[in-house]
Design a protein around this ligand. Structure first.
Ligand SMILES: [Zn+2]
Length: 397
């Protein structure tokens, strides 16, 4: 890195008042608390340290609720700052495939995803840069326009059957606004196809050593299934993915969405889990079945509860646990679901606990949930109940 560029970058960085090092930030995706995750050098690119080290550290945070990882380093950058320090003439060295190879590969890959309906579709490549991908698709007689806030800022004033966004969302300093804007271009019976790398299973071990955490590539935020499921839930969308592509849609009534789902091999499943009816009580975690107004349910009595064995299909699975009552608001605030020894953050909203996970093979596995510590209402003077109570779940009958 030229010393003049380093000095300019340092000046840019120094001018900005920042919250303390370990002060939690507000998650840019869900608004919950995000805590310090790791640092890396500004010059870290996906392909390593092509430009040496800058000596300027970029701090990343991870949300305790939705797992989104992000930095606020670029939050007050102008487009001129981005053009000067990230998307400059050296950018191609940090991302050599950007100029042609990747868009052409994408076009070849997408040509197999759009099949019978392809020539009837109107599509938008969002963040499509120089437009190579859209050009390739048009040569295959698939209607594609490009919109890129940076390089092709003429905003289309219509909606599209399919919106694609390849290697886009991880570059956004305000991801919800970016997703919402993509959504504003999607027809109600359309879909959004996204490609970017998802957080790996061992992200909490790899941290910023993960190759994709690369400020020099302009990589600002990183998603997990929980992050995206939570966003989709808030917008009435279904979320699914395979190893390469993410798919967001409101309905799969339209033929082209069914076709894209099938060709991408994306299957989504939803399973509702209930308190076990029988005296299934691995840790003594359930109180006896109680009846209220003809509805039966059980209170949890420990912070670790087994829900029993469930069979999950291969593909994207969302599980839902209806909650009849909670002893206080904190009990389910940061709960975790264990599925066959892997754990996933769960969200609690609209009267249900939810978690999403990718299942590699159809199988029957145990499901456990970890919550906050149950309390004894009588000790707190809430009522005369002397049992430890956490949350109540209906039994499945
Ligand atoms: Zn979050």
């Amino acid at each position: 890195m030229q010393s003049s560029i380093r000095a300019a970058l340092q000046a840019l960085d120094k001018d900005r008042p920042r919250p303390g090092l370990f002060t939690p930030r507000k998650c840019k995706m869900c608004g919950y608390e995000a805590e310090h995750f790791d640092y890396c050098d500004f010059n870290k690119a996906c392909n390593g340290y092509e430009f040496g080290r800058s000596g300027i550290l970029v701090q990343y945070f991870r949300c305790r609720a939705c797992e989104y990882i992000f930095t606020d380093f670029f939050d007050d950058w102008s487009s001129e700052d981005f053009s000067a320090f990230v998307y400059n003439s050296d950018y191609v060295k940090a991302d050599p495939d950007y100029t042609g190879l990747r868009p052409r590969q994408m076009a070849r890959s997408m040509a197999t995803v759009f099949s019978v309906t392809k020539n009837r579709l109107e599509c938008l490549d969002y963040g499509g840069g120089s437009g190579i991908f859209a050009e390739e698709m048009r040569s295959d007689r698939i209607g594609f326009q490009v919109y890129d806030p940076f390089s092709q800022p003429d905003r289309p004033d219509r909606k599209f059957d399919v919106v694609t966004a390849f290697e886009v969302v991880e570059h956004s300093p305000s991801p919800v606004a970016t997703f919402d804007e993509m959504l504003s271009f999607m027809e109600d019976d359309g879909c959004i196809i996204i490609s970017q790398s998802m957080q790996p299973d061992k992200i909490t071990e790899e941290r910023a050593n993960w190759w994709y955490v690369a400020p020099r590539n302009g990589h600002i935020g990183f998603f997990s299934d929980t992050t995206l499921q939570r966003y989709c839930e808030s917008r009435g969308l279904t979320y699914g993915r395979n190893d390469s592509y993410l798919l967001l849609y409101r309905t799969d009534n339209a033929l082209h969405v069914q076709e894209i789902k099938k060709n991408l091999g994306i299957a989504t499943y939803r399973t509702v889990l209930y308190a076990p009816r029988q005296s299934f009580n691995t840790f003594g975690e359930w109180h006896e079945v109680e009846e209220i107004d003809g509805r039966s349910y059980r209170w949890s009595s420990t912070h670790k509860i087994c829900l029993g064995h469930y069979r999950f299909n291969q593909g994207m699975n969302t599980i839902e646990i209806p909650v009849a009552a909670v002893i206080n608001d904190d009990i389910l605030k940061e709960c975790i679901i264990w599925i066959n020894a892997s754990f996933y953050r769960a969200t609690w909203q609209n009267g249900k606990i939810q978690a999403t996970f990718m299942n590699s093979e159809t199988r029957s596995v145990p499901v456990l949930i970890a919550t906050g510590k149950p309390i004894i209402p009588a000790e707190l003077g809430l009522n005369s109940d002397t049992r430890k109570l956490g949350f109540a779940v209906p039994t499945g009958d």
